[in-house]
Design a protein around this ligand. Structure first.
Ligand code: NOJ
Ligand code: MG
Length: 563
């Protein structure tokens, strides 16, 4: 398993910290960097190899910090640069790596660069750092294109100067109007972002997750989009075949970034947040002179569906192999409904109502099975804070507590992503459940979370202990991580193709993962043996039906066996 060597990222388990919601050291209700430092032992004990921290830069926090005003400062509410140095030291002392988030597609509108736009004449050099275009129509009252924001509504806003003077121009914001898109055709922009990367690399950061990695380059002919004919992207709702996504020119940026990362004695590493239209297009970002890895959202969209999971694993492995890159796998993050809720029977990717208690239990059982299935696949895996506690999505937040720009831009028609960002319960029986020294937290926690806290799950057959065991087992196994993989479904037939089984070959310690996605028991063929290493749920038995011993796998359960 990874440690010290330069290839650690090929098979690492990386834990995502959403800093506002992880641990609050000073009681202001916002998680902060000293809070993360205080939990490094917890993460070490959980058994992860690296920590990725969502943005902590100086920011108005209108999009949770993905709206940056200064890329070389920490937001004062979250700490200071010296705290990041402490965090790097604390993590490195435990042999854990630290990833930060870089947000290169847009800045905050409060960033000095955009403020310079608002204080200068149309067409001044400052304007060229952003995507600014004249409006259409006799009075320039029509946006330059019909592009829609990922967060809903027009992706263009009229540019009004700081002195109140209206202009003929509009600025592009693929996300919120407080997040103007940067112009990557401008050389100064390229130089500045590499200098920012260098600033943090020099401080000891091991790598960056790149926000909206597929979005930097826009089709310079600025065509309108025929929204009717473009397939919708399932989770975030924006079309993935757009003149502002996955343009070929984006690869030049990453070739240059890779040279910088490789110039360090311990080469630094990138993981792109890359929503590509196909596994083939995704693999292009992982060519040997570009990004080391990218998120694999195709897998995340497969749900708890054996046929879809198999298709996604097949195409992902095939396409990554072509470029010699390891796959990455992820089931939850800060933008998506938590997988314990999303996978509950009858739920969609955008649930509006909590599952019934029975279905919520099944959702958690499925989530645990999916996690065990994922942890055995070749490549690296990302975990999102709180999934190790089996946290559900929180759908019932009061409107006045919600902070996601999606909620505001849709006038509440869409609840947005706050439900997966509720602060972590660490201990105790009342809010903030040890999140901070006071009872306040920036989003309210449900009053039913006592049994989900870390403290409550320290002992017994809990989801936290299941994650600890699974990660410890993954480390111990010689066959996990990046390497060989083969399906084993040719050893049985199942009427609904609802069982998946794969082997990670090894001369002495081969590992097989079997997952039963159905709501019934399944008799495992004898060829799989009975040597269970770990199971995602309680119902796994060795039975002798008269013809020798075999395993019986409970409903919606995964196991690893030595075979
Ligand atoms: C993707 C991030 O994960 C999300 O949280 C953010 O809102 C958008 N990029 C815009 O930066
Ligand atoms: Mg705080």
């Amino acid at each position: 398993m990874p440690s010290g060597d330069n290839e650690w990222w090929r098979d690492a388990v990386i834990y995502q910290v959403y800093p506002r919601s992880f641990s609050d050291s000073d009681g202001d209700g916002l998680g902060d960097i000293p809070g993360i430092v205080s939990k490094v032992d917890y993460l070490d004990n959980l058994g992860v190899d690296a920590i990725w921290i969502s943005p902590f830069y100086e920011s108005p926090l209108l999009d949770g910090g993905y709206d940056v005003t200064d890329y070389r400062l920490v937001d004062p509410r979250l700490g200071e640069v010296a705290d990041v140095e402490d965090l790097i030291d604390a993590a490195h002392a435990k042999d854990m790596k630290i990833f930060m988030d870089i947000v290169p597609n847009h800045t905050s509108s409060a960033h000095a660069w955009f403020q310079e736009v608002l204080h200068s004449e149309p067409g001044s050099p400052a304007w060229d750092r952003y995507v600014i275009k004249e409006g259409k129509g006799a009075n320039h009252e029509i946006p330059p294109t019909n592009w829609q924001s990922v967060f809903h509504g027009d992706a263009w806003t009229p540019l009004v100067l700081a002195n109140g003077e209206k202009t003929q121009y509009w600025y592009l914001h693929i996300f919120d109007s407080s997040q103007p898109d940067v112009n990557w055709e401008n050389q100064e922009v390229r130089v500045e972002f590499e200098s920012i990367l260098k600033f943090w690399f020099d401080l000891g950061i091991d790598g960056f997750r790149i926000d909206v990695a597929h979005g930097l380059i826009k089709d310079q002919s600025f065509p309108d989009i025929d929204y009717e004919s473009i397939p919708e992207q399932e989770l975030l709702g924006d079309p993935i075949l757009s003149p502002f996504w996955d343009q070929d020119g984006v690869h030049d940026v990453y070739r240059s970034w890779r040279k910088l990362a490789d110039s360090y004695d311990t080469p630094r590493v990138f993981c792109g947040e890359t929503w590509a239209p196909s596994p083939e297009r995704l693999a292009l970002y992982q060519r040997p002179d570009e990004l080391h890895t990218s998120f694999n959202f195709d897998y995340l969209r497969a749900g708890f569906d054996a046929v879809k999971l198999k298709e996604s694993v097949d195409s992902t492995l095939l396409n990554h192999k072509k470029v010699g890159a390891p796959a990455t796998w992820v089931l939850s993050n800060h933008d998506i409904v938590r997988h314990a809720t999303r996978m509950a029977p009858g739920q969609s990717d955008h649930p509006t109502e909590m599952p019934t208690p029975d279905n919520a239990d099944r959702g958690l059982a499925r989530a645990r099975a999916a996690t065990l299935f994922t942890l055995g696949l070749p490549g690296s895996t990302y975990l999102y804070q709180g999934e190790e506690l089996g946290l559900p999505e929180v759908l019932e937040l009061p409107g006045d507590a919600r902070q996601d720009p999606v909620w505001f831009r849709t006038q509440g028609r869409e609840i947005g992503r706050d439900g997966c960002r509720v602060p972590i319960p660490w201990s105790g029986d009342v809010a903030s459940y040890g999140f901070g020294p006071c009872e306040n937290s920036w989003l309210p926690q449900p009053d039913t979370w006592e049994h989900l806290s870390v403290q409550a799950q320290e002992s017994g057959d809990t989801t936290l202990n299941f994650y600890r065991d699974a990660l410890a087992q993954r480390r111990e196994e010689q066959a996990t991580g990046d390497g060989e993989f083969e399906w084993r479904m040719d050893e049985f037939t199942h009427p609904n193709d609802a069982i998946l089984a794969y082997r990670r070959p090894h001369p002495t310690n081969p590992l097989t993962c079997i997952v039963n996605t159905e709501d019934g028991m399944w008799r495992v063929p004898q060829s799989f043996g009975t040597d269970v290493l770990i199971s995602s749920g309680p119902e796994v038995a060795v039975v002798d039906s008269g013809d020798g011993e075999h395993l019986v796998l409970g409903p919606e359960t995964a196991v690893w066996v030595r075979n």
